[in-house]
Design a protein around this ligand. Structure first.
Ligand SMILES: [Zn+2]
Length: 355
């Protein structure tokens, strides 16, 4: 099933035939973020012990991280069918539904869990947040274009929703053609007031928009600035493609860098005044999401990420970057996929990227 370059050499026959050894191998691989290996180990273990809920959960976590959401959902549901008190499986399944935009399913799973859980406060807090979001979403209406559904609350925002859909269709063509990848599933976009956006995403005030399975866009101000609206929509659409291609293990610098480089008019920005800085951060410090950074650190992070990705594209072409993402989605580790597709060791590239 897995044909990734990062798979290890086959383990000894003893390991292959022993479900608990495979489970340990899978757990270690998850701890070390080698999710392709983890999925492989748990899948083999499940072939030996199909009724073990913890193996289903392990396979589910690995599949989820690889962006294989249907497989992950099946495994979490199997884990819960085998053990209805399996809190972690319920939490991950709820999160999976939420990120897929299935808020009512996420809420139903959490409500069921709440009845069975001793750890009530976390579950209750999340449930309260999601229920508020659901209340808002029940009031929304949407306009549809070929690939996007854009939701909005107030009738006065309908023209903006139509415009957002139309601009996204243009981004779909432009970016799809640049990356050779056109998502087939419909993408949901939600327009919020700034207050609603902050309450639901809890992102820093510098955030212009977000993608977490849906494109979430605060309306304030963007309406009057068509170029800025195009930039934001195109940026978030790239995140949607990156998640579909590469799953959830793509380093933030690669994800944000690609989204920034593919923004319209991005070429001029590379040398913009705000890109001036004292020292460039190590790429390895830019693996995790930028959302918790200060505005200033975020600017440096985005500009460093864009510069690194532009360098990748200049050296190997955008297709190599797409192939790298696909390898990650198939379970390769980042360093092996990087070396395979970019033909240079990641450490060497990262060292060069500081200059
Ligand atoms: Zn972004």
């Amino acid at each position: 099933m897995l044909t990734c370059a990062g798979s290890p050499a086959a383990a000894g026959a003893g390991t292959e035939n022993n479900a608990s050894a495979l489970a340990r191998k899978g757990t270690t691989a998850i701890e070390q973020r080698r999710f392709g290996e983890a999925l492989d180990a748990f899948t083999k273990a499940l072939a030996l012990q199909p009724d073990d809920a913890t193996l289903c959960f392990g396979a589910g976590v690995a599949a989820f991280m690889l962006g294989q959401d249907e497989a992950a959902q099946t495994q979490f549901e199997r884990a819960l069918a085998l053990n209805p008190d399996y809190l972690e499986a319920a939490v991950w399944l709820g999160d999976l539904h939420y990120r897929a935009g299935r808020l009512s399913e996420a809420i139903a799973i959490y409500k069921m869990t709440l009845r069975r859980s001793a750890r009530r406060s976390d579950i209750e807090a999340q449930l309260a947040t999601w229920s508020k979001e659901q209340e808002l979403h029940d009031r929304l209406r949407d306009v549809r274009t070929e690939h996007f559904s854009t939701f909005f609350e107030s009738l006065s925002d309908e023209p903006l929703a139509r415009e957002v859909g139309e601009r996204l269709e243009k981004a779909y063509e432009r970016i799809g053609s640049a990356l050779g990848s056109y998502p087939s599933e419909r993408i949901t976009v939600v327009l919020y007031t700034r207050e609603q956006f902050s309450a639901i995403t809890r992102l820093a005030s510098w955030s212009a928009a977000a993608y977490d399975g849906r494109i979430r866009l605060p309306i304030a101000g963007t309406w009057q600035q068509p170029d800025e609206l195009d930039r934001i929509l195109s940026h978030e659409f790239v995140h949607a493609i990156v998640t579909r291609l590469g799953g959830r293990t793509v380093p933030a610098w690669l994800n944000e860098g690609l989204a920034t480089v593919l923004e319209p008019f991005s070429a001029e920005d590379a040398n913009a005044p705000r890109a001036r800085r004292r020292a460039r951060p190590e790429l390895s410090t830019l693996d995790q999401s930028f959302v918790d950074l200060s505005r200033r650190d975020a600017e440096i992070a985005y500009s460093s990420a864009a510069r690194a990705v532009q360098r990748l594209i200049d050296q190997r072409g955008v297709c190599a970057v797409v192939a790298l993402l696909q390898d990650l989605g198939h379970g390769a580790t980042f360093t092996s996929a990087f070396q395979h597709r970019i033909e240079i060791r990641y450490e060497d590239f990262a060292a060069l990227a500081r200059n």
